[in-house]
Design a protein. Structure first.
Length: 689
C-alpha cells in the first residue's frame, strides 16, 4: 500500500506489542494496511436485541442487560462454570462461561453488557451459553446491536479483540489516506472510496454497504492484477528475442517417426501454434492446456527438440522430484535413439554430479536439462537458454515461473497445465499468455470406470486389483494425508501397505511411497513400480500430478470424501492412460452431503471442465479461498470463479488504461503503479516507470 499510514507496522497501534504483532504475523498481518485488509469472513446479524424471555430455545441471541451477581460452580474436577445473573429490563437471565473464571472480574455487578450465546430454557429460566460478550460503555458497540464482523483469527486473539484492534486502526487513519484508484473509475462504477469502504467492510451500517465495500476491494484486487498482466504483455510484445530457430529438421522427423503412435488432431493443432510462435521474432509466451492424459509431454519434447536443432539450450521444470525424474527417464529413453543427451537436476542430485552438470550447462555442451525448482538456484547458469518449459505450472508461483526465464535472455516460455479452466477465464487470468488447448484425448481411451463404495466393500476392491495384477496390470492405492493429522495419516498408509503385503497380496510386491521418504528411496520405489516389479503401490498424494505409468489400471482411493474434486480428478488421471479399461474405486463413508455429492460427480463424469464447474457449484460462492483446490492463484478477497463479471470489467479497464498511459506517467497513474508494485511486485517485473 502506497499510503504511509497503511505501510506502518501494526506495532504503531498502541495496543499492539511485540507478542501480539508476532501472533498477527502468523496470518500474514505485518502492517496497518494488512490489518485493515484482513476482511471479515462473514457478518453476524445482531441488530435485533431481544429480551431474554423472548429468545427461542436452541437459537443464538444477543441480549443487553445489567450484571447483578456472579457465582462459580465446580461440578467436577477441571471444570469451572461461571454463572452471571443479568437483568435485561424485563427479567433475569443467566449467562454461563466454561473455565473462564476471570470473567467475573471483568463483568462486575452494575456493569451493562451485551451477551451473545446459545439459548437454553428450562424450568422457566433462560440461560445463555456465552459465545461473545461486550461491555456496553455507552459508546458505539462493535459486537452487538449491529452487523458484527466475524474474522479468521490467530492464536491469542479472539473475535472481540480483533474487532477492537481493527476499529482502532480505522480510527488512526482518520481520513488521511488517498485513494489510488483513478477517480474516473470510482465514479463510473459507483465504488465507495477506500476509507469509507474500509469502515463499511468491517463495521457495515447495513448489508448493502458491506456488499458495496466488498465489491470495491474485489475490483481493486482484480484491477491491479490485470494491470500487472497488461504491463507484462506490453513488455513481451515489444521485446525481440536474440535467438533464432532453424526450420524443423531431422531430429524432429526422427523423433516423430519413432513415436509408437500418431499425434492426435488436438496435438497437431497446438504444435502448429507453438512452432509458428518459435519462428517469430518476439518470444513465445504460451499456456498449453490439456486435461490429464491429453499428451502434453510429447508437445513439450518436440518444442525442446526444435531448440536443440537450432543450437539452443532448453530447460524443463516440474513441481515434484518424482515428476522431474519421470520426465527425465522418458526423455532419455526417447532421445537416446536420436543422439540427444539430457541432464537431471533436483534437490537429490549428488554434489559431484551436480557440479559436472552445471559446468556442462554453463559451457553449452549439454543442451537439455530437466529438474525441479533446484534449477532456480543461483549457481545454475546456461550458455544460451532459448526455451523454458514449466510443467503443471499451477504448482509454481508466478515468481518461480519468471525466475527460470531470467536465466536466459528473453527465452521462449511454454507453461503447461491440466487445470481445467473455462477458456474465457483462462484468457483473463493468464492475460499475458497466449493459450493453446489440446481438446481431445488420444484415441481408444475408455473413460475410467468409477465406483463409490463403502469401506466394508474394500475386500471386493482388492480382489479387482488381484484380477488386474493377474492380467499383468498394476494398481495404486491412495491414502489421504492432510497436514493437521499428518502423523496419523502417514501411519495409516504404512499400516495398510504392511497389512496388504502380509495378507491379501503376499504373493506379489507391494510398495509404499510418501513425501517423508528420502529422495533415493522414492526414486527406488518409482523405478521398481515403473519396471513392473512392484504390482501395488500404496501412496499418499505425492503421485497426484503428472505421474504416467500406463500399465496401471486400477486406483483405489481411501477415504475419498476427504479429497476435493479437483484433486480426485488429478488422482484418477493416473489411470486410464492406455487403451486398456481402467478402474477407480472411491472408498468412503461420507459424513456430509457435499462429500457425497463430490463422489457422485466423480462417478458420473470424467470431464475435467464439468468437474471444475461442479466443484464451484458445490462449494458455493461464499467460499473465500475457493480457488485453492482448482490450482488458480489465490487472492485475498476476489474469487475468480465467483467474481467473473467484475474480473471482466477489471480487465477491460486495465487494458484501456495501459493503452492510454502504458508507462504510468500521469500522476494519478503513478499511485496505481506504486500499489501494483507493493502488491504484486515480488518477482514480477514491472518496468517502465
Ligand atoms: P499429460 O497431458 O497428462 O501430461 P502425457 O503427456 O503424460 O499426458 O501423456 C499421457 C499418455 O498418453 C502417455 O503415456 C503418452 O505416451 C500417451 N500419448 C500421448 N500422445 C498420444 C497419442 N497421440 N496417441 C496415443 N498415446 C499418446
Ligand atoms: Mg503431464
Amino acid at each position: 500500500m502506497n499510503n504511509n499510514l497503511l505501510m506502518k507496522s501494526v506495532q504503531s497501534i498502541n495496543t499492539v506489542g511485540p507478542r501480539r504483532a508476532a501472533s498477527l504475523q502468523r496470518i500474514g498481518i505485518f502492517t496497518v494496511g494488512d490489518l485493515l485488509y484482513h476482511f471479515p469472513r462473514r457478518y453476524e446479524d445482531r441488530t435485533r436485541l431481544s429480551p431474554a424471555g423472548a429468545c427461542a430455545q436452541g437459537g443464538i441471541a444477543t441480549v443487553r442487560g445489567t450484571v447483578l451477581a456472579s457465582q462459580d460452580l465446580k461440578p467436577k474436577p477441571g471444570l469451572v462454570i461461571t454463572k452471571l445473573a443479568v437483568h435485561d429490563g424485563s427479567g433475569v437471565f443467566y449467562a454461563v462461561w466454561f473455565n473462564q473464571p476471570f470473567i467475573k472480574k471483568i463483568l462486575t455487578p452494575g456493569k451493562n453488557v451485551y451477551i451473545t450465546g446459545k439459548v437454553d430454557r428450562s424450568y422457566g429460566a433462560t440461560q445463555l451459553a456465552v459465545e461473545d460478550y461486550e461491555v456496553d460503555d455507552g459508546s458505539d458497540s462493535l459486537s452487538a446491536g449491529r452487523l458484527v464482523p466475524i474474522y479468521a483469527l490467530t492464536e491469542r486473539l479472539n473475535q472481540r479483540q480483533m474487532r477492537v484492534l481493527i476499529k482502532t486502526a480505522l480510527t488512526v487513519l482518520n481520513n488521511q489516506i488517498n485513494d489510488f484508484l483513478p477517480g474516473e473509475i470510482i465514479e463510473k462504477y459507483h465504488l465507495p472510496r477506500v476509507e469509507r469502504a474500509l469502515c463499511q467492510a468491517h463495521f457495515p451500517d447495513r448489508e448493502k454497504e458491506a456488499a458495496a465495500a466488498r465489491k470495491r476491494f474485489i475490483f481493486e484486487e482484480l484491477f491491479l492484477f490485470q494491470l500487472v498482466l497488461a504491463v507484462r504483455k506490453r513488455d513481451i510484445t515489444r521485446s525481440e528475442k536474440n535467438h533464432r530457430y532453424v526450420p524443423e529438421g531431422n531430429l524432429l522427423r526422427l523423433y516423430q517417426k519413432n513415436l509408437p503412435f500418431q499425434l492426435t488432431g488436438g496435438q497437431r493443432k497446438v504444435w502448429e501454434e507453438i512452432s509458428a510462435d518459435l519462428d517469430r521474432p518476439r518470444p513465445l509466451h504460451r499456456l498449453l492446456q490439456g486435461d490429464v492424459g491429453a499428451g502434453k509431454t510429447v508437445i513439450s519434447t518436440m518444442t525442446m527438440l526444435r531448440a536443440v536443432e537450432s543450437g539452443l539450450q532448453a530447460a524443463l521444470m516440474a513441481p515434484t522430484e518424482i515428476l522431474a525424474e519421470q520426465h527425465y527417464l522418458g526423455l532419455r529413453r526417447d532421445l537416446a535413439a536420436i543422439g540427444v543427451e539430457i541432464g537431471l537436476l533436483t534437490g537429490a542430485t549428488r554434489k559431484k554430479e551436480r557440479e559436472l552438470l552445471l559446468a556442462r550447462l554453463a559451457t553449452g555442451e549439454l543442451k537439455l536439462v530437466v529438474g525441479t525448482h533446484a534449477l532456480l538456484q543461483g549457481d545454475v547458469s546456461f550458455q544460451k537458454l532459448g526455451l523454458v518449459v514449466v510443467d503443471e505450472q499451477h504448482r509454481f508461483g508466478v515468481r518461480q515461473r519468471a525466475a527460470l526465464g531470467h536465466k536466459g535472455n528473453l527465452p521462449d516460455t511454454l507453461v503447461m497445465t491440466a487445470t481445467p479452466i473455462p477458456r474465457t477465464l483462462a484468457l483473463t487470468l493468464y492475460g499475458d499468455l497466449d493459450i493453446s488447448i489440446i481438446d481431445e484425448l488420444p484415441p481408444g481411451r475408455n473413460p475410467v470406470k468409477t465406483y463409490a463404495v463403502l469401506p466394508r466393500a474394500l475386500p471386493k476392491a482388492l480382489s479387482l486389483i488381484r484380477e488386474q495384477v493377474n492380467l499383468g496390470r498394476q494398481a495404486y492405492i491412495v491414502c489421504p494425508l492432510v497436514e493437521e493429522s499428518e502423523k496419523i495419516d502417514l501411519q495409516a498408509a504404512v499400516d495398510l501397505s504392511v497389512d496388504l503385503a502380509a495378507n491379501d497380496f503376499k504373493d506379489f510386491q507391494v510398495g509404499l511411497l510418501h513425501g517423508r521418504m528420502k529422495s533415493v528411496e522414492k526414486e527406488e520405489i518409482m523405478l521398481r513400480f515403473r519396471r513392473g516389479d512392484i504390482k501395488v503401490l500404496v501412496s499418499t498424494t505425492v503421485i497426484e500430478v503428472g505421474v504416467d505409468i500406463p500399465n496401471a489400471t486400477v486406483m483405489i482411493i481411501m477415504d475419498a470424501d476427504r479429497f476435493g474434486l479437483a484433486q480426485l480428478h488429478q488422482l484418477r488421471g493416473r489411470v486410464g492412460r492406455s487403451e486398456r479399461q481402467s478402474y477407480c474405486i472411491l472408498v468412503a463413508n461420507p459424513k456430509t452431503d457435499e462429500g457425497r455429492a463430490r463422489l457422485r460427480a466423480m462417478t458420473r463424469t470424467s470431464d475435467g471442465f464439468v468437474l471444475a464447474e461442479e466443484d464451484l457449484r458445490l462449494r458455493g460462492p461464499g467460499e473465500f479461498h475457493g480457488t485453492r483446490q482448482s490450482g488458480l492463484p489465490e487472492f485475498k478477497i476476489a474469487d475468480l470463479l465467483r467474481d467473473g463479471k467484475i474480473l471482466q470489467i477489471a480487465r477491460e479497464e486495465a487494458q484501456a488504461l495501459a493503452q492510454r498511459d502504458p508507462y504510468f506517467k500521469s500522476s494519478e497513474n503513478r499511485a496505481l503503479l506504486a500499489e501494483m508494485k507493493a502488491r504484486f511486485g515480488e518477482g514480477i517485473d514491472i518496468s517502465g516507470a
